[in-house]
Design a protein around this ligand. Structure first.
Ligand code: ZN
Length: 365
């Protein structure tokens, strides 16, 4: 929950319609996916008594995990009600387009065939229950990243669909995302002009911290930013952006205040070690400025608003931040305010929609 008073930001940009790059739609129950699953897999889930693959991002015991008003009267999980999304985000914020990032347990399934059919069903459910019912919505293609070959099949199936504008990965991966193991996913995404979204979360059997397993959720959540930094360093160092020069990567729910110091450290060490990675042919910060984008929420707000402005300036590019509400997470603190601090009109316009328009094909046919 942010503590500083946010500046009202009803500007020309907002009136035009903002673009919300991180909204979460939730599967109400696994039964909702049955119409999109082959009978063989419906039987499998029934026979194994699998009632949910939802990692439970909004446990009832921690009600602050989601905004209270996002819980439907039916008791269904937050983020599962399209009408509430319209009432609480799309209409009051005058959202022109919102990108759905459906977080589900696809990546934690060890049966790769099941993971692939669940991802496919999830995407078909998104199209039927969300995209076809609300023209302001777009969605990320959920893929079973534990098998890149099957993930690529799903990207080819949906890559030309105007409703799908991104390929979704989770930051906690089995291997660093720069590894060639994942390159077929990037090749397919680049082919369709889709950015790769990397969202907080993931369940792979590896701790989020490089020194072992933490004891508490707070340690895990705070340390997610370490994983994001690792993925950025891996993507650049392995040469992903030399191999796929049109590829963009959007870090979702990553925070961004860690970025300036990473850029400085990465540039400094590249100057001494670049012979090891000769394909990294310019300053890492230049590559990151060109290829990486980050969503706004949750903002790691410093006690002084001017510190946040300094951090944004230290990033060194006005093209990198994308507005996000992160609805229905608690950090979504809009109500009257779209942005955490008062920005220049030109930067505000870039964050609210220009930067997103340069990354996402929101009106492809
Ligand atoms: Zn999010």
């Amino acid at each position: 929950m942010n503590e500083i008073t946010m500046q009202k930001s009803i500007t020309e940009a907002v009136q035009t319609g903002i673009i919300d790059c991180d909204v979460h739609n939730t599967v109400p129950s696994i039964k909702a996916l049955y119409p999109y699953l082959p009978v063989r897999w419906q039987d499998y889930l029934s026979e194994h008594d699998i009632k949910s693959l939802e990692p439970n991002y909004y446990p009832r015991g921690t009600p602050l995990a989601a905004r209270p008003e996002s819980v439907p009267e039916s008791g269904a999980p937050p983020g599962s009600d399209l009408q509430l999304l319209r009432q609480q985000v799309l209409d009051p914020l005058n959202v022109r387009c919102a990108v759905l990032n459906c977080l589900y347990g696809v990546q934690m399934i060890h049966n790769e065939d099941l993971a692939a059919v669940i991802a496919r069903a999830l995407n078909d459910w998104q199209r039927e229950e969300w995209l076809n019912k609300e023209s302001r919505l777009r969605a990320s293609i959920v893929v079973a990243s534990q098998n890149p070959e099957r993930a690529v099949e799903e990207i080819h199936r949906l890559g030309s669909d105007p409703g799908f504008v991104q390929v979704l990965l989770l930051v906690r991966s089995e291997k660093p995302y720069g590894k060639r193991y994942y390159w077929p996913i990037y090749e397919a995404a680049e082919h369709y002009g889709l950015p790769i979204g990397i969202h907080a979360g993931g369940v792979t059997g590896y701790p989020i911290m490089p020194v072992g397993w933490p004891s508490h959720y707070i340690e895990d959540y705070v340390s997610q930013s370490q994983a994001f930094q690792t993925q950025v360093v891996s993507l650049v160092s392995e040469g992903v952006f030399q191999k796929f020069p049109r590829l963009k990567v959007v870090l979702l729910e990553s925070g961004f205040t860690w970025l300036p110091s990473l850029l400085w450290r990465f540039d400094k060490n590249w100057k001494g070690l670049r012979r090891e990675v000769p394909w990294v042919d310019r300053l890492p910060s230049e590559i990151i400025h060109e290829h990486i984008r980050l969503t706004l929420q949750p903002v790691d707000e410093p006690p002084q608003p001017e510190f946040l402005l300094q951090t944004i300036e230290q990033i060194g590019s006005e093209d990198m931040l994308l507005f996000s509400s992160d609805y229905p997470h608690w950090q979504f603190d809009h109500n009257e305010d779209a942005l955490p601090v008062k920005l220049s009109t030109s930067l505000e316009k870039k964050i609210l929609f220009d930067n997103a328009l340069s990354v996402y094909q929101l009106d492809k046919n």
